[in-house]
Design a protein around this ligand. Sequence first.
Ligand code: ATP
Ligand code: MG
Length: 330
Amino acid sequence: MSDVAIETRALTKDYAVGFWRPRPRRVVDALTLTCTRGEIVGLLGPNGAGKSTTLKILAGLVFPTSGEARLLGKPPGARATLADVGYLPEQPAFPGTLTAEDVLDTALRLHGERNGASRHGRADAVLDRVGIGAERRVPTGRLSKGELQRVGLARALVHEPTVLLLDEPMSGLDPNGRLLVRELLLQVRDEGRTVFLSSHILPDAEALCGRVAMLAAGRLITMGALSELGALAPRGWELIVEAVSEAALDGLGLPTEATRLDANRWRFRIDRTARPEPLVDALRRAGARLVSLEPRMETLEEAFLRYTGTTRGLRGHRADPPEGMEDGRS
Ligand SMILES: Nc1ncnc2c1ncn2[C@@H]1O[C@H](COP(=O)(O)OP(=O)(O)OP(=O)(O)O)[C@@H](O)[C@H]1O
Ligand SMILES: [Mg+2]
């Protein structure tokens, strides 16, 4: 059995845009990537980068213009593939009169589960897992956004697929819900399933994903473990001191600016190119007490901005990646 769960090769999608003279617009551009069994891979990128389109192609809902995709060696959308794949759309929607129980019952029927009692039991178990209580018997048309999101997740999971395609699984969830879903996805991974998820919530991606793929304007900018991407690289130092007056600080004529944290405490940020010792010494001579000195690591958010090219990359769409990005570095 191959280790590869998801594979795309030069996957490309053009949409025709414009009514009178439709022109092709490339929204996924020669995307080549693989996800291994049992890993959680994050798909990150600004609005319009092509994340949802990529997931829709893998779910078999959208046909690629060219290139190839395989899930467990099979083409997306084929009957044999669908049994192994769970998909959570960006905005899960259900016929409003159906309850969560009905939705899951229908899903299991479509997956060939004939035994009513078994369907009921499986639906109950997965609703418990996503934290849906008595709301499971309320028409979904009346559920809150976060509840719908959970029902969507339950539907993606209920037939126990090997591959999960989740389009922003944390969207709309409160902090408890996010924690619950995080833990759920880690369990799902430990069961040997593969999770490919898109996210805008970078701390979630940071906490969950063994590897991330960064997309911008349909192109893969970079893919790898966070450590390989140079994310979370040291950016310098953060020093916190207390028991020193503003006057004493002024008197020192320090090159680094202090931020007051409270009546008694100050924070200094020191650039990666400088050493913290001279500042620590000067502050101690002025009577300050050292509270903490810690390396300041780059967050995934900072790495993401570095790779996708700050504000320009986060808005609008680019025909071409910014200069110097072809090699995956900005
Ligand atoms: N059916 C369509 N016809 C034309 N253009 C489309 C169609 N569907 C998507 N697009 C365009 O394709 C681009 C990529 O869309 P997609 O939904 O994949 O982005 P995304 O990365 O998921 O963004 P977001 O973070 O906002 O969810 C967008 O510019 C969008 O306008
Ligand atoms: Mg999207």
